[in-house]
Design a protein around this ligand. Structure first.
Ligand SMILES: Cc1cc2nc3c(=O)[nH]c(=O)nc-3n(C[C@H](O)[C@H](O)[C@H](O)COP(=O)(O)OP(=O)(O)OC[C@H]3O[C@@H](n4cnc5c(N)ncnc54)[C@H](O)[C@@H]3O)c2cc1C
Ligand code: FES
Length: 274
């Protein structure tokens, strides 16, 4: 895996794309070239002097040739709200530390994910850390299906990227029923796991899930029931991001592990869910 670097990143665009959702494009050649699916960056905006902690974000898409990365972020608090006010014209001083963490496939699913049948399950902004993985899987000839959940239709901002750029079959559920099935995407995931891969009906080799922890826990249980390996991305609150402060620990069968350096991707069956 590539060495951790602290790279100044030039802001290229920062646009609202859905309810409390923004796409930010940055020029960050080292990150664009080296980041692996599932790894993340720790972002710092130097003007946020009263808020010194970095904020972790997955890289949603990359353009390694142009040295660009795209981050999809949801506004939840001070830091993400501050980000919404940044514009390329003001040329804010942004630094990305990365690539951080262990990628998808680094544990049990790795080999099987390369050429097998993979089901991706995304809840809300959990669709962001799965795109690079989906792209890699498609390039390697895997059969990939996806189940995506969101509160409402306008929050399904990644859907066209998955469907049109990657050609993946995506089934959707929305809490309010404005698109796809009404309710949570766990029902869709359960039927997919029972029915097998859409293209040939054979069982999946791997499930990769990112979203709220209750969703990941249910998907993890469902995958275990049908005997399919499952990986989850644990988005714990982080402070140092380098394994020193223990603010991000995840209880696992092997004891406490740090989501920043031992994760964020874990085999679901090793997580002791809280
Ligand atoms: C590995 C990793 C990858 C991530 N990738 C993305 C991404 O691609 N897009 C994205 O929008 N967000 C992502 N997050 C979550 C993002 O880091 C937080 O939403 C952000 O740090 C919140 O900062 P804030 O200052 O706005 O919130 P704060 O003011 O610090 O907190 C406001 C609220 O947000 C909640 N919150 C804070 N941190 C997190 C967190 N890590 N996960 C969930 N809720 C949190 C708090 O509980 C609180 O309710 C990721 C987190 C991790 C650990
Ligand atoms: S954020 Fe400090 S140990 Fe993980």
């Amino acid at each position: 895996m590539a060495a951790l670097a602290n790279e100044p990143a030039k802001l290229l665009s920062n646009e609202p794309v859905g309810p409390r959702l923004f796409l930010m494009e940055l020029e960050s050649p080292y990150i664009a070239r080296t980041i692996l699916p599932g790894q993340f960056v720790h972002m710092r905006v130097n003007q946020m002097a009263d808020h010194i902690l970095r904020r972790p974000f997955s890289v949603y898409r990359t353009d390694p040739g142009e040295g660009r990365v795209v981050i999809l972020y949801q506004v939840v608090g001070y830091g993400t709200d501050y980000l919404t006010g940044l514009s390329p014209e003001a040329d804010p001083a942004i630094e990305l530390v990365g690539p951080v963490g262990r990628p998808w496939g680094a544990r049990t699913g790795g080999e099987r994910a390369d050429a097998g049948r993979v089901l991706l399950v995304a809840g809300g902004v959990g669709a962001a850390p799965l795109y690079l993985l989906a792209q890699q899987l498609v390039e390697r000839g895997a059969k990939v299906d996806m189940v995506m959940g969101a509160q409402t239709r306008s929050a399904l901002v990644t859907l066209s990227d998955y469907r049109e750029r990657l050609g993946i079959g995506v089934e959707c559920a929305t809490d309010d029923g404005t698109y796809g099935e009404r309710g949570f995407c766990t029902g869709l995931a359960s039927r997919r796991l029972d029915g097998g891969c859409a293209s040939d009906g054979a069982p999946y080799d791997l499930v990769c899930c990112c979203g709220p922890e209750p969703l990941m826990r249910i998907v993890s249980d469902m995958a275990a029931e049908v005997g399919v390996a499952c990986q989850v991305s644990m988005e714990r609150r982080m402070a140092c991001g380098v394994g020193a402060c223990l603010s991000c620990v995840v209880d696992t069968a092997a004891g406490k592990r740090r989501a920043c350096v031992d994760g964020p991707v874990f085999d679901a069956d090793e997580v002791v869910w809280r």
